[in-house]
Design a protein around this ligand. Structure first.
Ligand SMILES: [Zn+2]
Length: 281
């Protein structure tokens, strides 16, 4: 099992892995020269790739069982993704939290294939929502981008993760900031994709923020301008990250990052000389 538990006020957050996969290091660091980022990056393999985690979160809030992010899944993306370490979110979820039919709310930070893979699965040869009783919450802008992909985005916006959810009637499209419970709020953080969103969790004066794909390596939290090559709106991505990191420092929030190595949790702090510093939990 690859699981970790964190407490935020009265809430317990269960972080689970759906395994890790390799991605080109240049795609992660964009225009930043390799000589600059290499000292801060994780190990690179002989194909110039970094290992990326897939950290997903389950929690209960005000009677709702909530799942944030659904990983790579078991369909085409996992077959293409050159897995480094096998994992199964569904196995983790059943062992540590509950059965798929007992999940009330599913949310994806965005709809790239490594974030919503377990939204659907094959049962008796038919593609169905994995969480049959859940409401799936997605920003409308993200749904539009995902269902009208262009030449650049079509490799990651996969109909197999989307269509069965829409057809089941379990999709709820959101227009901006949305409260799921009094303790859980979805907040747009656009840039990585057209409708990317983060999740702010508050309880007992404490805060956690699930920041989705705003960064893939911790150093990108410390260096404001270091955004990934695959962000479709890189300057918006940078601004969203700047706001969120400031909020995290002020609130002493626990940040959970999907692609950092498991469990991808930590705090942003400021050093005495004013630099932003990531401290793993
Ligand atoms: Zn991703």
């Amino acid at each position: 099992m690859t699981q970790a538990r964190f407490r935020v006020g009265n809430l317990e957050l269960l972080v689970m892995s759906d395994g890790s996969f390799y991605l080109d290091a240049g795609a992660v660091f964009g225009v930043v020269p390799r000589e600059r980022w290499e000292p801060y990056a994780g190990p690179i393999d002989n194909h110039h790739r970094l290992a990326l985690g897939t950290n997903c979160v389950a929690l209960r809030s005000q009677g709702k069982a909530i799942l944030i992010e659904t990983g790579v899944g078991e369909k085409s993306m996992r077959k293409d993704a050159t897995p480094l370490e096998e994992g199964s979110l569904l196995t983790e979820l059943e062992a540590g939290f509950g059965r798929p039919e007992n999940i009330d709310v599913v949310m994806n930070s965005h709809l790239h294939g490594d974030h919503c893979g377990w939204n659907t699965r094959y049962v008796d040869g038919k593609l169905v929502p994995t969480f049959p009783n859940a409401e799936y919450l997605i920003q409308r802008a993200e749904w539009e981008a995902a269902t009208h992909p262009n030449e650049r985005t079509r490799a990651t916006y996969l109909a197999e993760n989307l269509t069965p959810v829409a057809e089941s009637g379990r999709l709820r499209l959101l227009d901006g900031e949305t409260k799921v419970t009094d303790e859980v709020t979805i907040v747009p953080t656009v840039g990585h994709s057209e409708g990317h969103a983060s999740v702010v969790i508050t309880s007992g004066g404490e805060m956690a923020i699930y920041i989705g794909d705003m960064v893939q390596q911790a150093v990108q939290l410390e260096r404001t301008a270091w955004v990934a090559a695959f962000d479709v709106l890189p300057l918006m991505s940078m601004e969203a990250k700047k706001r969120l990191v400031e909020k995290a420092i002020q609130e002493k929030a626990l940040l959970i990052c999907v692609h950092l190595s498991f469990p991808g949790a930590g705090h942003m702090t400021r050093t005495p000389d004013g630099y932003k510093k990531w401290v793993p939990a």
